[in-house]
Design a binder for this molecule. Sequence first.
Ligand code: AMP
Length: 215
Amino acid sequence: MKLLIMGAQGSGKGTQCEELTKIYNIPAISTGDLFRGIIATGSELGKKVKTIIDAGALVPDETTVEVLKDRLSKSDCQNGFILDGFPRTMEQAKLLEGITQIDKVIYLNIETKTAIERIGGRRTCPNCSHIHNINYPGDPEYCSVCGTKYVVRDDDTEESILKRLQTFKEKTLPIVDYYRSKGLVIEINANINKEYALNQITEGLNNYLKGLGEY
Ligand code: AMP
C-alpha cells in the first residue's frame, strides 16, 4: 500500500506514521527526516540544506526528488510506504507521478490555533525521530522509545512555524484538493487527539483494503 500522509505542521503526521508503520508493516518516509539525516553528516549538501530548513523555506525540487528516489529504491519499500512531507507543491505532486502511483492520501485536517499550540510543545528525538509533546503525559526530557535526550527542532521557532503554516495553506492545500478530485483522500479530524485520529485512519484504510479483497 503506497500512502501519502498530509497535514499542516503539528497535525500529528509523524506520530500517526509511527503507529501506521507498525500496523501495516510499511516504512514511513519523511523527507524532513531524510534532510535532517543529511545535515547530521556535516556534508556540503547538509550545510546548504540546513540554511534553507532553518529559514522555514523549501529545499529545491531537484535535490528533494533525488533524495526521495534514492530512499524509495531501498528494499524495505517493496510492499509500500507512507510518505510524509512530500509532495509539498503541485510541481512535486506531478514529479511524484513520474516516480510511483499512490493508493490513498490521508489528510489530517487541523485548525491553525491547535497546530501552533502543538508545535510549541513539540520535542523530537534526534536518534529515532520519536515525537513527544511536553503538554501531554510522559517524560518531557528523554525519549520514551530509545532514551536519547529530546531536542527542540532548530526550525520550531515562532517565525519559522508561521511561515511553514502559510506555505502549507498556499502550496500544499491545493494538492489535497487535487487528490480529492481523484477520489484518493481519507479526511481525518485531527483536532481531538491521536487515538481518535488513528481510529479514523485505520477505519478508512481497512475499508480500502476490504474493497481490494486484501483484508
Ligand atoms: P518537516 O520535518 O516535514 O517539517 O520538514 C522540515 C523541513 O524540511 C521543511 O520546512 C523544508 O525546509 C524541508 N522539506 C521537507 N520536505 C520537503 C519537500 N517535500 N520539499 C522541499 N523541502 C522539504
